[in-house]
Design a protein around this ligand. Structure first.
Ligand SMILES: NC(=O)c1ccc[n+]([C@@H]2O[C@H](COP(=O)([O-])OP(=O)(O)OC[C@H]3O[C@@H](n4cnc5c(N)ncnc54)[C@H](OP(=O)(O)O)[C@@H]3O)[C@@H](O)[C@H]2O)c1
Length: 453
């Protein structure tokens, strides 16, 4: 009797367990339904990854994702076999509101209507994945608050450095780390142009080549003047330091005034020139964020990042130095980062907790004039006795000490003098340049580039 009872107990336990497994299997294998806003470079590649994913994705993650609706501007344009026509609409709001959409992916870009669509999705309790750097950099606060209030995920891994996973490490793996400085090559277009200039091409030639290959826009301003990198620097600083930094806080200088002579000098002195986004947390907890060309020593890991590749170099007090390297743009690499976010959001929907979002206070931004680094300064001067001493005297008067110097003849009876200084503040260096400009023997300031120390 008692053993029968035990046998029955075992049987019913087995049944319950089996039933439980079946129920939980049925639950986890029910697809998470994805509403896609925008089906261009990244959206189209994401649709392909979802179609390819299928059982393999389920085996790896225990999650199924199903594309149920797709908003585009032009529904007449064919989107290929991964996006059946019946999924398409040009009414993006209807995708957000649809009952058969559990997660919204915003890949339209720009501020509006992307902002309103994301806010509506979050208010409706739907997690959102976006790759929109402009929006996250400048209106992230509003979006983070809406996601926090709704208790759902807002994920944006692809907004910085495309396919490179850097947002999640900053937000999660390195959450306990006191990060001090992050330097990134976060714009593939400018890195491609700089790689060509390093090989001897002039700026205009390298830009034209990047445009013909589709790396650079017809209007390349956002890339070459550093606006794109500045938006990414703001996002990185906000996540890394837990203090809100927006694009307007980022001091910015582009690559369009770099000359072949700058590259030749860099080569001779053992540097390469890179457009770096640099964010730093100082001892007084103020934050600085800047984008500008930088001389990177050849033995620094960032020096080997060439062509359109991106990399983010992270420095922390306990972890030391880390570098993340990979494709910073392109449909498939970017879609891969979006898919990672989608799986995270789907996991939260299936019972996991939503990821932590920054709710930071405004950062205290350190004035750019206070920034300190070694500098490369290039001058065109009259080629006559005593000029070097006069020029060196100006540096000395402003407390800018010279580490190395090189002089060579230049056309028209001029000489070009290239200096590398010891660490100096931007204020002192600018004061030096202002006084040098007033000197009759100085014909032009040829270049000013910060040096990575
Ligand atoms: N491309 C990259 O390598 C890359 C890398 C990192 C991040 N991102 C970011 O990813 C996002 C998407 O970039 P992308 O290169 O895929 O852009 P894209 O190729 O220009 O695609 C934009 C898509 O949005 C659709 N669209 C535009 N306005 C719309 C509206 N009002 N309603 C519905 N759909 C609308 C367009 O429809 P039509 O097709 O009908 O015109 C198109 O399908 C942007 O935020 C971008 O900054 C891109």
């Amino acid at each position: 009797m008692s053993s029968g009872h035990t046998a029955n107990g075992c049987l019913s336990g087995w049944l319950l367990t089996t039933l439980g497994i079946m129920i939980s299997d049925a639950h986890s294998s029910a697809p998470v339904r994805v509403g896609l806003l925008g089906c261009g470079n990244v959206g189209g590649a994401l649709a392909a990854l979802l179609a390819e994913g299928g059982d393999g994705l389920f085996a790896r993650t225990g999650l199924r994702l199903e594309l149920t609706r797709v908003a585009v501007r032009n529904t007449a344009k064919s989107r290929g076999p991964d996006v059946p026509e019946h999924l398409l609409t040009n009414d993006a709001a209807s995708v957000v509101a649809a009952d058969d959409v559990d997660v919204v992916v915003e890949l339209i870009g720009g501020i509006e209507p992307a902002r309103s669509l994301i806010l509506d999705a979050l208010k409706a309790g739907k997690p959102v994945v976006t790759a929109n750097k402009e929006l996250v950099a400048d209106l992230g606060d509003e979006l983070f608050q809406a996601a926090g209030a709704a208790g759902v995920d807002l994920l944006f891994e692809a907004a910085v450095a495309g396919g490179i996973p850097i947002m999640r490490p900053l937000r999660e793996s390195l959450a306990g780390e006191r990060l001090t400085r992050i330097m990134g090559i976060v714009n593939g277009t400018t890195n491609y142009i700089l790689t060509k200039m390093e090989a001897g091409e002039a700026y205009g030639e390298a830009l034209a080549e990047a445009q013909s290959l589709g790396f650079a826009e017809r209007d390349p301003t956002a890339d070459v003047e550093g606006f794109d990198a500045a938006a990414k620097a703001a996002i990185i600083a906000t996540l890394a330091f837990g203090q809100k930094v927006v694009s307007g806080d980022v001091a910015r200088e582009g690559i369009s005034s770099l000359t072949p002579a700058d590259f030749a000098f860099a080569r001779r002195m053992g540097f390469v020139i890179k457009l770096l986004a640099v964010v730093e947390r100082h001892e007084d907890e103020s934050v600085s964020a800047r984008v500008h060309p930088s001389l990177v020593p050849l033995d620094h890991p960032l020096a080997s990042v060439r062509d359109s590749f991106n990399a983010v170099f992270v420095e922390g007090e306990a972890v030391g130095e880390l570098m993340f390297f990979g494709r910073g743009a392109g449909g498939r690499p970017t879609a891969s980062a979006v898919l990672g976010d989608l799986l995270d959001a789907a996991h939260s929907l299936r019972g996991g907790a939503p990821g932590r979002l920054p709710q930071p206070g405004r950062a205290r931004i350190r004035a750019f004039e206070e920034m300190a680094s070694p500098y490369y300064v290039s001058l065109l001067v009259n080629d006559e006795p005593g000029v070097l001493a006069t020029v060196a005297g100006v540096f000395g008067r402003h407390g800018v000490s010279i580490r190395s110097m090189e002089q060579e003849g230049a056309p028209g009876g001029d000489a070009r003098i290239d200096f590398i200084t010891h660490t100096a503040t931007e204020r002192d260096v600018q004061a030096t340049l202002a006084e040098l400009r007033e000197l009759e023997v100085v014909d032009a300031i040829g270049g000013l580039i910060r040096v990575v120390a």
